[in-house]
Ligand binder design. Structure first.
Ligand code: HEM
Ligand code: HEM
Length: 189
């Protein structure tokens, strides 16, 4: 029930999928909102603090999820051959973009050598003193972060539309097996 099998996702994969999806939507909304605030707005400091703190938690979950995925069976995809090929590449792109966003996100506030204070629990140190990477172009890293975030959200919209199409048009188990983590029988064709 916790781990994946060849025809269903386990509770861990399902839990991680939805918790991280929620975190990504919050991070995206907060990111867009906070960059336009003026200095006297109470969220001028609070916004980035929350954005960075939730972002670091996402980074930890992402590393765990990636390892979990590598060490668990991948349920067989539903649909025609081209849909399966497309889904594989979309899922890979999700991971690529999530890693790109958290890495660039980490590099932006740590460029000057200061760490990220995560919810006042602990400080994630900057890598600068270790690798001397302070010379990178922070504007470019910010642009990659922005482009990565928008690409992910657009791709996720297509991904969600595909999931709804599987559910309402094809009437297969694609969406339900990502929602419910009890052992369920596959629908016979
Ligand atoms: C470790 C994780 C993350 C950290 C440390 C982080 C940090 C930051 C920082 C410091 C900024 C301000 C950049 C600037 O002022 O130009 C920012 C902006 C932003 N972030 Fe993140 N972020 C993280 C993850 C994410 C994720 C997962 C998303 C959502 C997909 C996201 C979406 C955004 C957006 C949309 C902006 C606004 C970009 C703009 O309009 O310039 N971030 N982030
Ligand atoms: C930021 C938001 C999202 C991200 C990053 C994301 C990412 C992923 C990834 C990487 C997978 C492959 C399985 C895995 O490795 O965990 C997956 C599967 C899936 N996602 Fe999402 N997802 C998001 C939001 C959504 C939404 C909003 C829906 C539905 C409305 C959805 C429905 C599904 C379904 C049904 C599967 C199973 C696909 C299959 O087995 O064929 N996802 N998602």
């Amino acid at each position: 029930m916790l781990t994946n099998s060849m025809n269903r996702y386990g509770c861990i994969s399902i839990g991680l999928h939805w918790i991280m999806a929620l975190m990504i939507f919050i991070l995206f909304g907060l990111g867009v909102y906070m960059v336009d605030l003026d200095y006297y707005d109470p969220w001028y400091h609070r916004g980035p603090h929350w954005h960075e703190s939730i972002g670091v938690c996402l980074m930890v979950l992402l590393i765990f999820r990636f390892l979990w995925r590598l060490t668990n069976p991948l349920p067989q995809l539903n649909g025609q051959a081209w849909e399966k090929r497309l889904a594989i590449w979309v899922h890979r792109s999700h991971y690529f973009l999530m890693f790109l966003i958290v890495i660039t996100g980490y590099l932006i506030p740590t460029a000057e050598g200061q760490g990220i204070k995560v919810f006042d629990w602990f400080t994630l140190p900057s890598l600068n003193p270790l690798f001397g990477i302070e010379k990178y172009n922070n504007d470019m890293v910010g642009n990659i972060h922005w482009a990565g975030a928008w690409s992910l959200i657009i791709l996720v919209a297509l991904h969600a539309a595909a999931a709804l199409k599987h559910h309402f048009v094809d009437h297969d188990t694609t969406l339900t097996r990502m929602l419910i983590c009890t052992p369920q029988k596959e629908k016979q064709p």
